[in-house]
Design a protein around this ligand. Sequence first.
Ligand SMILES: [Zn+2]
Ligand SMILES: [Zn+2]
Length: 233
Amino acid sequence: MSRLTEAIRRVFFPHHCYLCNEVLYPHQRVCVDCMHKAPYIYPPICQRCGRSKDDCYCGKRQRAFERCISPFYHQGVAQQGIYTLKSAGYRVTAEGFAAEMAEVVRREYGGIPFDFVTAVPLHKRERGERGFNQAEKLGQAMAKRLGLPYATVLTKITLTAPQKSLKAVERSGNLLGVFDVCGDVSGKTVLLVDDVITTGATLDECAKMLKIFGAEAVYGVTAAAAVLSNEEK
Ligand SMILES: [Zn+2]
Ligand SMILES: [Zn+2]
């Protein structure tokens, strides 16, 4: 579908499945097909990376964040939805994922007194090219659902090679000194949002910086968790 046809369709039929983009009745958020096909992560989950125990690769790996959780695996319709979010930034897409993320936060992090929600930042050039930060869209929509404030406290000061092109070992080294803290995080319990967790290196580096600046605890939540290939583990 051309961008113009898509834009016109959105004006006249504003309700879409947030995963596959199918037109829906106004009261629906997701189509029946996606509801059945969505790659949900079911408990019991790993208390570090949030994947089902069978897909966890944590081992003895140390992380600066307390835990990370995700409603979906980065597969099938969830992967498709995240691609739509990153390429088009639709509000309904962000809100659909945010609703699922808020649900796992309530289930897994219930009772944790978060001070605010924040997101993994983009470098200003990356943000300029895309026009928005998808993690921020998810974070703001989720904060609203959870009744928590949203705060911008992280900034990305160095442009990095795309994470996809690097192996896991290179990834962790690649992020050293990439992020900086630009807000008051001292003594705070932070809920940190990103679109996808792969090796966890990005969340780890952000959490490390937040803790250097005095954050009490950092909990991650992402829309999806990638299932890693053996060479990525
Ligand atoms: Zn759908
Ligand atoms: Zn794990």
